[in-house]
Design a protein around this ligand. Structure first.
Ligand code: ADP
Ligand code: ASP
Ligand code: MG
Length: 416
């Protein structure tokens, strides 16, 4: 007997027909004698509408009340799936975050899970009852308030649930049949990966591949949860229980036999660039720039600074997320006297493209090939950062698709 967590994302529960299909997948696993906990997202588009309602009510609002509103999406789907399962003759019970409880921090709208009490679902397993858990939410016990985990947070609910239940597997059912070398909606030649290492998936997710929430991978890594990404659109009747279905296993790197140099390419349009012109080239200037940004809770990503030719002034460029762009500009302008600079040049129509692969640890010259290939297509690189298993390039957003496709072919990732 196996203990399983099955997670279904928004497009998989978009309407009652899809929920019925999900229920058939759940029934298939329950009928096979497995203990099953299901984690569901809100119906496709539901969370966006709830976020929009909050914004319409007041552009700047109390995050505790935002959470009260947006957590309702998952409450609906967990109840609906329990109803449909019962209607199919499968014993099922829904659980909201506060009911288990899923204990979180009080960082409303971006809370972290601290603990999950899985006693009730486990008691239910003894009665052959499926637990249907509302994803994306928990409770901050001191205040007794509902908290949500940030967009895409149901992935994290699922992996945390799998860790709490010591589940044998955490199956993430979504609208693609696995993790691809890059977003298959942008590059039709993208190839499905049979396996990807936690570290690589962590980079892919944090650099823009939205297939899994970053925090879910961190948790999977710490608790060594086997995460399998697969399609919810397969018909349950077509699945052969004796064969591994198409999908991607996210696992420890030791489980991956043949490691390519480059595993995947991620990109994010959610970036903005700020260049500070003619700052003094002397100690303390970087502190004068990045200190106020840190105080304003603005995360700086790429940083490029030139060495001045005359030893006097230089330019300094950095990137922030699009969401922080306006605040970052204001923060730098307010610190102008302290920093001392001639002017600010900014751009928000930029994309960060990242090339990821554990094999880069042992191969030199991987990034150099990308610079040449992009130059051949007259794509200008605005900023570069590198680390052990990835490098990132900032380019004009208009060239995003061309650049991703170029690099995808360059590193031999195209499907044959
Ligand atoms: P869900 O609603 O099931 O949580 P998401 O929309 O959050 O699904 O994530 C799935 C989407 O992630 C896919 O539709 C795909 O467009 C996108 N995606 C981005 N990068 C990748 C990648 N490397 N592999 C697979 N999907 C990716
Ligand atoms: N419904 C939430 C969102 O859209 C959580 C999730 O789908 O994972 O962000
Ligand atoms: Mg998602």
């Amino acid at each position: 007997m196996t203990r399983l967590v099955m997670k279904f994302g928004g497009s998989s529960v978009a309407d009652i027909d899809r929920i019925r299909n999900v229920a058939r997948h759940v029934k298939r696993e329950a009928d096979a004698g497995n203990d099953v906990a299901v984690v569901v997202s809100a119906m496709a588009g539901a969370t966006n509408s709830l976020v929009e309602l909050c914004r319409a009510a007041a552009p700047i609002h109390d995050q505790r009340e935002y959470d009260a509103v947006v957590a309702s999406g998952e409450q609906v789907t967990s109840g609906l799936l329990a109803i449909v399962l019962q209607d199919m003759g499968v014993a099922a019970r829904s659980w909201q975050g506060w009911q288990l409880p899923v204990v979180t921090t009080d960082a409303h709208a971006a809370a972290r899970i601290l603990d999950i009490n899985a006693e009730e679902p486990i008691r239910g397993f003894a009665r052959k009852e499926v637990a249907v858990v509302a994803g994306f939410q928990g409770i901050h016990p001191e205040s007794g308030r509902v908290a949500t985990l940030g967009r895409g947070g149901s992935d994290t609910s699922a992996v945390a649930m799998a860790a709490a239940l010591r589940a044998d597997r955490c199956d993430i059912y979504t609208d693609v049949d696995g993790v691809y070398t890059t977003d298959p909606r942008v590059v039709p030649k993208a190839r499905r990966l049979d396996r990807i290492a936690f570290e690589e998936m962590l980079e892919m997710a944090s650099l823009g591949a939205k297939v899994m929430q970053v925090r879910s991978i961190e948790l999977g890594m710490v608790h060594n949860v086997r995460i399998f990404v697969r399609s919810s659109f397969d018909r349950p009747e077509d699945i052969d229980p004796d064969r591994t279905p198409p999908g991607t296993l996210i696992c420890d790197e030791s489980e991956i036999m043949e490691q390519e140099v480059v595993t995947g390419i991620a990109f994010s349009k959610d970036e903005a660039q700020i260049s500070i012109r003619s700052v003094a080239d002397k100690p303390g200037v970087a502190a004068a720039i990045f200190g106020p940004l840190a105080e304003a809770n603005i995360n700086v990503d790429m940083i490029v600074q030139n060495v001045s030719a005359d030893g006097k002034t230089t330019d300094l460029t950095f990137t922030v997320t699009a969401a922080d762009f306006e605040r970052a500009k204001v923060t730098i302008a307010e610190a102008r006297d302290e920093i001392g600079y001639e002017r600010l040049d900014t751009a928000s129509d930029v994309t960060k493209i990242s090339v990821i692969g554990i094999g880069m640890r042992s191969h030199a010259g991987v990034a150099a090939r990308a610079f040449r290939a992009l130059a051949d297509r007259a794509i200008n690189i605005r900023a570069i950062t590198t680390s052990e298993i990835k490098f990132s390039l900032l380019i004009d957003a208009a060239f995003t698709e061309l650049a991703v496709r170029t690099l995808h072919s360059l590193y031999g990732l195209d499907k044959t």
